[in-house]
Design a binder for this molecule. Sequence first.
Ligand code: DGJ
Length: 731
Amino acid sequence: MGIRYLADQRLFKLDAGDASYIIGIVDEEQFLGHVYFGRRISDSFIHSDSLMRINESPFVPSKNNRDRLSFYDTFPSEYPTHGIGDFRETCLGILDSGGHTASKLEFVSYEIMKGKPPLDGLPATFGNDEDCTTLKIVCLDRILNLEVILLYTAFEHLNVITRSAVIRNSGNDPISLTKALSCCVDLDGNDYDIISLHGSWARERHIQRIPMGLGKKVISSNRGEPGHQYNPFVAVAESDATEDFGEVYGFNLVYSGNFYACVEGTQFEAARIVMGINPTDFRWLLEPGQEFTAPEVVMVYSYQGIGGMTRTFHDLYRKPLIRSSYRDRKRPILINNWEATYFNFDTEKLLAIAREASSLGIEMLVMDDGWFGRRNSDNCSLGDWVVNEEKLKGGLRHLVDEVNKLGMGFGIWFEPEMVSPDSDLYRAHPEWCIHIEGRTAGLARNQYVLDLANPEVADAVYDMMKKILSEANITYVKWDMNRPLTDLGSNWLPPERQGELSHRYILAVYKMMDRLTTDFPHILLENCSGGGARFDPGMLYYGPQIWCSDNTDAIDRLIIQRGTAMVYPLSTIGAHVSDCPNHTVNRTTPFETRGYVALAGTFGYELDVTKIPEEDRKMIPEQVKMYHKYNDLIREGDYYRIADFSDNHLYDAWMVVSKDKKEALVTYIQVYQRPNHRSRRIRLKGLDENTVYRDSLTGESCSGSALMYAGINITGLYGDFRGKLIHLTAV
Ligand code: DGJ
């Protein structure tokens, strides 16, 4: 069992892979406190009192209440509550029927069970009885009769602990939750750096590393989705931790709505990390007997630097998170018509692309935005999920059949959560969009967000989608979402529940995705949000891949994909070869290099293959072969960052090593040519030092130790934006 209660010491000890997480019950008042999170330690001689310093002023739980506040404000509480004297970040905020905001929890009981129970209506990692153990700790506020059930799961073979909380009103009066976060961890020491992912449209998930210092660093979203700007991920790393060495703690929320993560450097050399649903705009009414479930936080521990953390996230997300049957399969190489045609297409144009694409080995045509209603620009028709037969002459079925006859699969684009003011749906049901009566709701991309919290709205949209998907042999859906939520008001919710809208909205999105993937299990679902504004583990639970960014430029993608791969496996990163000059940044890069960069993702095309230069087109069959040769390795192998172009401003390199260390693929991109500098030595990682590897291009053999410690010389590249693959196999 990975979790045990050590009764003598009043400790819960959770062992997960190489990590231990320890929780203590303190004092006769039964405070629940955090003792330790770090490298695995043995069960005996754990002195929780000294680790929590509760015998030393000001950390002492005061008996006579004289100095109670200093205790509350220093105790490393597992689930701190607002209003009683813990002035740091807390997890729980309430409003009781008397108008008060304070609550206080004490430990009541626990249960340890094999496996991992699902979270009601929420995506979460899963696991069987052999792989994980779950601890349920029941805490209680005796005055309010409010129960907080803390859930912890320890994964047997991964350095992963997941957390969530269920809050239940067991009293007789209603209670509103104003804050219900998922976790709090107090780490000892203050010499940490904070790593997070930041961006904007077309430059998502750039890595930022800054010193923690004192005070709060908040990473959050109140856009109704994570957004391009922030990702629900934060890592706290020892300040001297590197890519390969040092302790790093990664936190990632399995949630696709408003999130909140805060790292607080506190007064007594400690770091408090909290994460969960953003309390801004959040209020949840619990009538007597009702409960609320907070989304899951995945906590990863690494003593092998940032790279170790990354590989643990990848291992977890590639297995017990993604439910899709495509998870462990090579995905079809698709060609998407967005950058090829935008809204300007018809059946003939699509078939011309498909014919050429299939002759080159591309396996699926994806018809993007513009096939429905009267949609010839982004000004209308969202919500009218009816085929535009002026564009698609002969209907959808005819187009799909013709594409299928070429031996290709067919995929389609939807933006189910939205409605255009100029649409039949909006004209019939203006009250179905999120808005506040009497206030003009703001438009973005000329569209409103549908109030999916209202089941009637969600059902109506889903029925339209289902009809389309049942009409023809469609095996892929791109689910897009192109604006944030604002003007939060729902015609369907009563006034006292308006604060529930954002969370109810995302629960409804999850429910629709669940219906879609249950009704059409053969469909490969790719999530998207104006590029990569909703790249989070919640989405991966439903679909195995997410469109990473609308920026398809190979050089910008180095930075975007590197940041994305900090947490998310390469197999989840939607990446396409597009035409040049690039539509977003006007840069021209070699077709070959665009292929190498897209290979570190799902791989596909986003161009009019009938119009690109002949020398580029000729390269496609080679790239198709390359994808088939390397995709198993890229999808399943261990990913190592070698050189970061955003640090060195010259070149980028990464590699993937198979789990058995018998095969590796190194990708090197020379971003800028330096004068008088025709070769560069890089040191490889993750190989077996005693194995001899053969470079399949040059035929040269070299030991793993030489490749890793002495390195290899990259030669033969001349000019900007040139790339190279090095494939190594064990001799
Ligand atoms: C945003 C997506 O990121 C693009 O790939 C494309 O699907 C457009 N939306 C279509 O409107």
